[in-house]
Design a protein around this ligand. Structure first.
Ligand SMILES: [Fe+2]
Length: 335
């Protein structure tokens, strides 16, 4: 399907289709190492494994014996006010040599200033000035890592008065000018659409589809006035529909399930991955017919219905799930 964009034609950044992956989380280590379940690939949070040695690297080594691993980061601070952290980049690059990840990703965000790390993925102002800055830094990162680099659209809960562009214009222009990939988080599109009142279908249609290296799927929690991407629970039906719409435009992009809070037994996570596989196949078949499997009106109606729902669930979650400490007295996960 043609993309409605005024941006110049780009070189594709699309890599190998790795299939359907799952976020590698500590509570599942024992099961994975013992049962070696069929999983196309695992995604790790890079920062959880950047210190050589210790329990995290031991478990990562065991996983690498049987699985493809891709790296996803949360601390690059691509939009921050200070120079890129070269020591961080060196450690990140060293880890890529060990995992043999086909690409590295982080987020369109800033997460620290003045030496403070805020442990949050804060949105950037959607301005020409911010675009130029992120483009320059993203190129530097990609050159330094000597690997395809992608940035992920975040979920957000605030906007800046100074923003002059839509989020998808911001994301698209950076990806094209920096010649990097997009890690397209479909749930984040839905969450931000709810929080800021834009059309998620327009976002999916306007993004440069040939630049999508990977897709994230996750769940969110509706707190009434706003939605948070808690990564808690099953992917919702409107997000599945947006996912199929993305695949119908982008083709067979590798897709990952993120589940970071109230992490279920591995079988539940695995079944969510198999749902993604069947949804992706349905969308690819529609694409091959030149048809669509998506009712765009139903997506917009679901969003409107969600606005009428309020809930009292607790907020708070940690990307990547519970952390594993470097030295602990509990036994290592084993086969
Ligand atoms: Fe994500």
């Amino acid at each position: 399907m043609p993309r409605n964009s005024t941006l110049p034609a780009s070189n594709s950044t699309r890599g190998t289709d790795l299939g359907i992956g799952l976020g590698l989380r500590v509570p599942h280590y024992s099961h994975i190492l013992k049962e070696r379940p069929a999983v196309d690939f695992f995604e790790i949070i890079s920062e959880n494994f950047m210190v050589p040695g210790g329990r995290p690297r031991y478990h990562l080594g065991r996983v690498l014996e049987s699985y493809r691993v891709v790296q996803h980061g949360v601390s690059l601070n691509i939009g921050g006010p200070e120079a890129l952290d070269v020591d961080y980049l060196r450690r990140l690059r060293a880890l890529t040599r060990e995992t043999r990840t086909p690409w590295v990703s982080d987020h369109f965000c800033w997460c620290g200033a003045g030496g403070a790390h805020l442990h949050d993925l804060l949105p950037l102002p959607y301005t020409r000035q911010a675009i130029s800055r992120v483009v320059e830094r993203a190129r530097q990162v990609q050159d330094f890592l000597e690997l395809p680099f992608a940035l992920e659209n975040t979920s957000s809960y605030l906007t800046y008065r100074g923003s002059t562009l839509s989020e998808w214009e911001f994301v698209a222009e950076i990806a094209e000018r920096a010649q990097i990939g997009i890690l397209f988080d479909v749930n984040n599109v839905y969450v931000s659409a709810y929080n800021h009142g834009f059309d998620p279908v327009a976002f999916v249609k306007q993004i440069p589809h040939e630049r999508i290296l990977q897709i994230h799927l996750a769940s969110h929690t509706n707190f009434g006035k706003y939605i948070i991407d808690t990564h808690r629970g099953h992917v919702t039906e409107p997000v599945w529909a947006l996912y199929r719409l993305t695949i119908e435009h982008a083709g067979s992009v590798p897709t990952l399930i993120e589940w970071d809070d109230e992490i279920p037994p591995f079988e539940v996570l695995h079944a969510e991955g198999e749902r993604a596989r069947s949804e992706r196949q349905r969308a690819l078949e529609a694409r091959a017919r030149g048809a669509t499997s998506v009712d765009e009106t139903a997506i917009r109606e679901a969003l409107a219905e969600a606005r009428r729902v309020s809930c009292t669930e607790r907020p708070g979650w940690q990307q990547g799930g519970p952390r594993e400490i470097l030295t602990a007295e509990t036994p290592l996960a084993s086969e």
